[in-house]
Unconditional design. Sequence first.
Length: 402
Amino acid sequence: MPRHDRLALPPYQAVLIAFAAMLALLLGLGLNSALAATPRSFTPSSPGIAAAYLLMDADSGQLLAAHDIDAPREPASLTKMMTVYVAGQKLLEGAVFMTDEVRVSRQAWRMTGSRMFLDLNSTVSVAALLHGIIVQSGNDASVALAEHIAGTEAAFVELMNRAAKDLGMTRTTFANATGLPAPGVQTTARDMATLSLALLRDHPYLYSLHSIRHFEHNNINQANRNRLLHRDPTVDGIKTGYTRAAGYCQTTSAVRDDMRLIAVVLGAGSTAARTRLNQELLDYGFSNYETHRLHVPGEPLGAIRVWKARQSELAYGLDTDIVVTIPKGRLPDIDRRVSLSLTEPVLGPILRGQKVGELVIALGDQVLAREDVFTLNEAAPAGFFSQAVDSVRLLLLRSNLL
């Protein structure tokens, strides 16, 4: 008699099982794709972390991770970013020059904490002081530069707070040029991100100095305290800080594949913790997101029909860039819609730069950008004969005869 295997199945059952397995595989692939397109929210490797932190794309300004970003904190030596920013403004104005020689006052010389080790009554160039502030986090260099620019550190602090207000740092107050503890001094992670962007945008040369790993003055060579500069080749700034009241603070920026991210950490528990959290934020952002410049100023988005004008069509577009940061792989899913506000028929003349509608860019239910749309050129009035011809054409159109 023939031998029958007890595990053998009738042909129709085998087909059904194979079909079910294939369906499950396809559904699983679809689910995995959907999960991959929606990054998980950022979670620090150390749970219950007390630091305020933030991750932002530098070009789109979009927040990718945030925790307690508007909570008041002390900035410690992150204050020196504003010291450098104000110095940059004065350099642009021509009120200060890199070659200026600055005499070191007793007030600057006697500063405690991190120092450039300036000698009393010595003269140091503005360029050297900026290196001492940025690379060595010198409190003595900060006071010396502040006195050179404004006469006194107190007068320089007024410039710092004025610049903070102009930049929209609404929850920041500085009390000195160093970041040493003082009554009333405070900032937020959001405001420090704003300052980081301003430094990048307005003073790119001074920002570039933040990538210097060592600087020597007075035969004393000091290393930049930003450990990520020595570990991650994509990191090119920005600043670290510490006081007992502020905890361990750091702003970091890095570029990978033409995408720049800014991370801010305020109030970490140790140097290692702030370094690790900054690195985790950057890795999370670069692994899960991508940034795209979708439109540039002057790029035509479409055209409108114009009557009684020398041009029969008038192009419209934007007067600003549109940059978005989205989950990786989602660029094809972006929806772009232009809503025109003009009433048909559109009659000339029309001026260049006239608002004609709005562009909305969305990803699913999330609106990524909303910008006004303007005419890119003008539609001058046509001559008498051409206007008469268009009048007849419009009449025929309304009568459905054309």
